[in-house]
Write a protein that binds this ligand. Structure first.
Ligand SMILES: Nc1ncnc2c1ncn2[C@@H]1O[C@H](COP(=O)(O)OP(=O)(O)OP(=O)(O)O)[C@@H](O)[C@H]1O
Ligand SMILES: [Mg+2]
Length: 361
């Protein structure tokens, strides 16, 4: 393992900012810390960078403990949210700064700076000052300044959050390409779900200082370990149902408005258990006549609202007293109007559920 956190906690007086966080990151991996504001992402990153020492636990790079190593001897380099370029220095001087500290000779510095400017695809801006660059260019230079010293681990704290949406999307792909090209182990902090999904090999979802789940983007989205993770990473239809019957690995569960079949895969479940069920809106289809495909849950409903979004159609559909959100690609199939009768269907595999049997409420 390249970078490892073992049982790391950090307190600010009596407030627990990070609690018992452990994860291992492989060489060359881009690992994201994803979670709502205040969940402890930056604090975790700052402990890896050496700005804070953990109160409990240790940090290891290539198996060697670096928990209390000084900042410049840890092999990490950090890029901050608001471009921390030196305003009075040119791009060249900004990037060369760390190399000068390492006392590299002039010609090696010039070559390293030019190489890294080529890498970020801004080869001709050495003599410019930060104020003469766009926000996106400044962030590229900040990344160049971090990687020019050849760190073992690159730490990025919301590096795109000050940029407009279009530039963010462009730059996230550029960062991912640079990261893969040089194969640098990277910890990326963000609260933007699509950014984390688009860029990461694996993601740790955090809540209240704790890691809730670690997995690939697909695992996190399709097999969330709890309702918080499932709801945080995407929209879903959520129902409370009770299990009426189980045959083999198919459970029949329902409430006063609807009955559904579920493939039993996670957690042991038993008749009478109350489950919280989540179905993603894009896994539900709106159809005119119920299909006879096996393994589908089909319900008759009424379209409450139609939202035409160009590439997609979103619907609200009432099935008895349950409101469903359905998102369908606008692929040329029929668009349903408000007030129309329709059927909705989804696969018995498409539900994620959590056992609430032991809940008080
Ligand atoms: N130096 C500090 N002193 C006291 N409390 C702090 C300090 N730094 C962070 N905290 C608190 O610790 C918690 C975690 O903060 P942190 O900055 O790690 O969150 P974050 O996940 O990065 O949030 P954001 O997405 O808003 O950047 C917050 O409640 C914050 O107020
Ligand atoms: Mg933060």
């Amino acid at each position: 393992m390249e970078l490892e956190l073992r049982g790391v906690s950090k307190y600010f007086e009596d407030f627990t900012a990070v609690e018992n966080v452990s994860f291992s990151i492989k060489k060359g991996e881009l690992f994201s810390l994803l979670g709502p504001s205040g969940c402890g992402k930056t604090t975790t990153l700052r402990m890896i960078a050496g700005f804070y020492a953990p109160d409990i636990g240790g940090i290891y790079l290539k198996g060697k403990e670096i928990t209390h190593q000084p900042l410049d001897r840890r092999g990490t380099a950090m890029v901050f949210q608001n471009y921390a370029l030196f305003p009075h220095m040119t791009v060249f001087e900004n990037i060369a700064f760390g190399l000068k500290m390492q006392k590299l000779d002039k010609s090696s510095i010039a070559k390293r700076v030019q190489d890294v400017l080529n890498l970020i695809q801004l080869p001709h801006i050495e003599t410019k000052y930060p104020r003469e660059l766009s926000g996106g260019m400044q962030q590229r230079v900040a990344i160049a300044r971090a990687i020019v010293i050849h760190p073992e681990v690159l730490l990025l704290d919301e590096p795109l959050s000050n940029l407009d949406a279009k530039l963010r999307e462009e730059l996230r792909m550029d960062i991912r390409k640079i990261q893969q090209k040089i194969g640098i182990t990277t910890v990326f902090v963000t609260h933007d779900i699509s950014e984390a999904f688009a860029m990461s090999d694996r993601i740790a979802v955090m809540q209240n200082g704790k890691v809730m789940q670690i997995g690939s983007p697909r695992e996190i989205y399709e097999q969330p370990v709890n309702e918080f993770v499932g709801a945080f990473v995407g929209k879903s239809n959520r129902f409370s149902v009770q299990i009426d019957d189980i045959t083999g690995d198919i459970a029949i569960a329902g409430n006063e408005s609807l009955q559904m079949r579920l493939r039993v895969k996670q957690l042991p479940v038993a008749r009478g258990d109350v489950l919280a069920v989540m179905v993603r809106p894009e896994r539900i289809s709106l159809i005119e006549t119920p299909s006879s495909r096996a393994g589908r849950n089909v319900h008759q409903g009424t379209v409450l609202h139609t939202y035409y979004l160009g590439n997609q159609n979103h619907y609200e559909v009432m099935v008895n007293n349950c409101k469903f959100t359905v998102e369908m690609a606008n692929n040329g199939s029929r668009i349903f109007e408000q007030g129309e009768k329709c059927y909705i269907e989804w696969g018995i595999e498409d539900s994620v559920y959590f056992n609430n049997a032991n809940r008080d409420c």
